[in-house]
Design a protein around this ligand. Structure first.
Ligand code: SF4
Ligand code: SF4
Length: 786
């Protein structure tokens, strides 16, 4: 191996603190180094040209650049060495600016010693680098959209209009989702179906969209670029090519009536039915649970469309990307027993009042007491039913319920100006565009706003009695109403569990699907090629769901229009001779990239390269291509060769938050002690127990493992796995006579360089109290990997 080392002055950014000439002389002495140069600005054209000519003339195999953070210029120098004919992965950087000169400005001698260690660590790793080849694979340009609500419709139309073939799979007989059932929508009070129906029709008419309603997904295999999907279209027992959508003939003949799920139980439908008048496709459906097989609908159908022998049909798709738009489900209001839903007929939910207000609904737009059919004279809305409520496991705000109740209360007041309409609320959340004005309009209409929780609803002889506190008056009161509307929250759709499990999507604690990053990647799943839109990832308004559908479509286009994708080679691989098939890695991998058939196999298109599996494997059968055990152990040994400071700390920092936080400490010139040598890993979950033990065995006084804050891991759960291992390791350390406090964890965000710096300072002080690490571990453990 022939290595060139290039030490950057970065003007005075590095050279004002570090003795660059001494670093260069030191680098020349390191094993495998054939040239070491100091350069004013290594990233300049002149600097890069120097590296390029050395590669050619000195026949370098690998390059070490000691300069700024690899998070800043690694791509630059990878390009440089590629242009000179080296494989791009034959590069290692020593971060002597952000994590050395800028954070130790007052200690130049110690900082120079630290920089020597960082260069030695980089050379040790570079000596073990291997060229890695990037593979490109062709992708299917077809996209599967799961869910035909407003987000799925938005995604499907955008994709199809851009020229991609779309399969839109919806489990119900019609697309449209909940929006198709609403009356008007806030804050403009547009008729919901009037704005949605044209979009539904557009989906049906678009030749690039294959609409598959009454269909479900059964299996999904493969990865980004080629997901192989199996599904089934359930029999409607009505031939869609013959049905004219007239529905009256067949449904009038049908003798069976059942509660209509599209009216949330308020109205009735027949066993042969059309979900809503604007259904897309406009094809009837027979409910086999209700049908008694009398044959009357078949006799009545003028188009001879009823086919009792229709069978389920399986379908298979090969798609490059998947948009998950599986929506939400309403909170089951009967779980709040104190409000009497399901017991008292005049206690209804938001969706039921939406259907009552709807001219096509069960009461043709009249607001009545279900118990008597009389028009109501007083209505109470109770907010936050199933939201912001720990007792039912839903601590989150459902975002839309305040506005929905404001809208429904306004509609009632407009239709019945004399009605007494009250909203019992905790606080009104009206944060969107035009929402505050909408709230003020409700106040002007004479709607009563009563602040405080409702404790219970009781049915009396003449109506419903609401017991509540009024926090503004400081009193507990009771009031009679004709009708009580429970403003029920949104929950994660349990019908989406199958799809979630097939794709390996993670769920947040609130059970909605987790997205890759709540701010920066709001429609990307953790699985490449899978995008999440609308309420599948949490409660949101219609306009946000539409925007997310478009955003997911645009992300899928970016991926598929290239025609091929490059697979990152810096992933995990399994040594099948070592693997014992224990499946520990399968359970650990957050990307569901590993399967075991006798031995483990890593799907490289799915693997994100976190390395958590490699740390979990009990027989070291899994290795990472760019952060191998061998390379990291070499860095540890190089760092601890001199051990020129006390206390001496080795830090393993995850690339995304803690390493970035350490860089931020540098750019912010936050000063901290020079005692730490940092090793970059992709995830805290990569830190193998053997790394910690080797560091201590080699004389490190302490080991710091730092990663993203809990709940914010770039790989979902890597930091949790790290934490579990730390607990076990601390027990082991105690057993072998090493103080477990020598192993410290720190979680921080990329923006929390100050917190990381403080943790390092604290650790230095703690270790001073503990004294130097003993020699007992060196005596107790054999050399090398544990
Ligand atoms: S953890 Fe290691 S030994 Fe167990 S199945 Fe995975 S690769 Fe094989
Ligand atoms: S645990 Fe991480 S490195 Fe291992 S296979 Fe899964 S994604 Fe890849």
């Amino acid at each position: 191996m022939r290595i060139g080392v290039y030490i950057c002055h970065c003007g005075l950014n590095i050279a004002a603190t570090l003795d660059v000439e001494e670093l260069r002389r030191f680098a020349e002495t390191l094993p495998n180094v054939v040239v070491a140069r100091d350069i004013q600005f290594t990233c300049s054209d002149a600097g890069q040209n120097t590296i390029k000519s050395d590669i050619a003339e000195l026949k370098l195999d690998a390059v070490v650049v000691a300069a700024c953070s690899p998070r800043l210029h690694e791509p630059t120098f990878r390009r440089t060495i590629t242009e000179a004919g080296l494989n791009q992965y034959m590069l290692e950087m020593a971060n002597i600016r952000e994590q050395c000169s800028w954070v130790h400005m007052d200690s130049p001698a110690l900082a120079t010693q630290k920089a020597k260690d960082l260069i030695a660590m980089a050379v040790a790793k570079a000596s073990l680098l291997r060229p890695l080849e990037t593979e490109s694979v062709p992708v299917s340009r077809d996209v599967l959209v799961i869910g035909g609500g407003v987000a799925g419709i938005s995604a499907a139309l955008d994709l199809a209009n851009a020229g991609l073939r779309v399969y839109l799979v919806e489990r119900r007989p019609t697309i449209g989702g909940y929006m198709a059932l609403l009356t008007d929508v806030f804050p403009t009070n547009d008729c919901s179906i009037c704005v949605l129906a044209p979009k539904m029709a557009e989906v049906y008419a678009n030749p690039m969209i294959k609409l598959m309603t009454y269909s479900e997904i059964l299996a999904i295999e493969g990865t980004v670029g080629h997901f192989r999907v199996t599904g089934v279209t359930k029999p409607r027992y009505v031939d869609p090519t013959l049905c004219k959508g007239c529905i009256n003939e067949c449904s009038s003949a049908c003798p069976v009536e059942v509660p209509n799920e599209y009216d949330f139980g308020l109205g009735k439908r027949k066993a042969i039915y059309m979900a809503i008048p604007q259904s897309v496709p406009l094809v009837a459906c027979i409910d086999t649970n209700a049908c008694i097989g009398c044959g009357l609908c078949a006799e009545a159908c003028p188009a001879d469309a009823v086919k009792y022998d229709q069978q389920a049909e399986e379908f298979k798709l090969d798609v490059g990307a998947i948009v998950v738009a599986t929506g939400w489900q309403p909170f089951d209001a009967s779980r709040k027993e104190e409000y009497g839903f399901g017991r008292y007929r005049d206690v209804v939910t938001t969706l039921q009042i939406e259907r009552m207000l709807n001219a096509a609904g069960p009461t043709r737009g009249d607001i009545v007491r279900p118990s008597t059919g009389e028009i109501v004279r007083s209505v109470a809305f109770i907010q936050c039913v199933g939201s912001r409520d720990q007792t039912v496991g839903n601590p989150y705000c459902s975002r839309i319920c305040c506005m929905a109740s404001l809208k429904n209360a306004q509609l009632i007041k407009e239709r019945y100006p004399d009605a007494d309409v009250s909203i019992h609320y905790i606080d009104i959340r009206a944060g969107g565009e035009g929402y505050e004005e909408f709230y003020l309009r409700a106040q002007r209409l004479g709607i009563n706003f009563i602040r405080g929780r409702v404790s219970s609803v009781e049915e009396g002889e003449d109506g419903l009695y609401v017991h509540y506190e009024d926090t503004l008056l400081g009193k507990t009161l009771m009031k009679r109403y004709d009708l009580v509307v429970l403003s029920t929250g949104l929950e994660a759709n349990s019908d989406a569990d199958v799809v979630g499990n097939l794709l390996g999507l993670s769920r947040r604690p609130d059970r909605f699907f987790e997205i890759a990053h709540p701010k920066m990647r709001p429609v990307e799943a953790h699985i490449d090629g899978v995008f999440i839109a609308g309420c599948a990832s949490g409660p949101k308004e219609i306009q946000v769901s539409i925007a997310q559908g478009s955003a997911a479509a645009s992300k899928a286009m970016q991926l598929l229009f290239k025609g091929e994708i490059e697979l990152d080679p810096t992933v995990a691989f399994v040594d099948r001779d070592k693997c014992i098939g224990c499946r520990l890695c399968v359970d650990t991998c957050p990307s569901r990239a590993i399967s075991v058939k006798d031995t483990a196999f890593v799907d490289e298109a799915r693997c994100k390269g976190c390395g958590t599996c490699a740390a979990a494997c009990p027989v070291d059968a899994i290795e990472m291509r760019l952060f191998s055990d061998e390379q990291i152990l070499a860095q540890i040994r190089a760092a601890t060769t001199v051990k020129g400071e006390y206390p001496f700390i080795l830090g393993f920092l995850c690339n995304w938050c803690s390493y970035a936080g350490a860089d931020l400490a540098g750019t912010s010139r936050i000063q901290y002690p020079t005692n730490i040598r940092i090793i970059r890993v992709m995830c805290a979950g990569r830190v193998d127990p053997s790394f910690v033990l080797e560091a201590l065995r080699r004389g490190a006084d302490g080991v710091l493992i730092a990663g993203c804050r809990i709940g914010e891991c770039h790989y979902v759960s890597g930091n949790l796995h790290a934490l579990q291992r730390v607990e076990v390791l601390r027990g082991l350390l105690k057993e072998i006579g090493i103080d477990p406090r020598r192993l410290k964890v720190a979680w921080c965000a990329a923006s929390e360089g100050d917190i990381l710096a403080r943790r390092i300072e604290e650790f230095v002080e703690e270790l001073k109290d503990l004294g130097p690490v003993g020699t007992e571990l060196a005596a107790a453990l054999p050399s090398g990997k544990v």
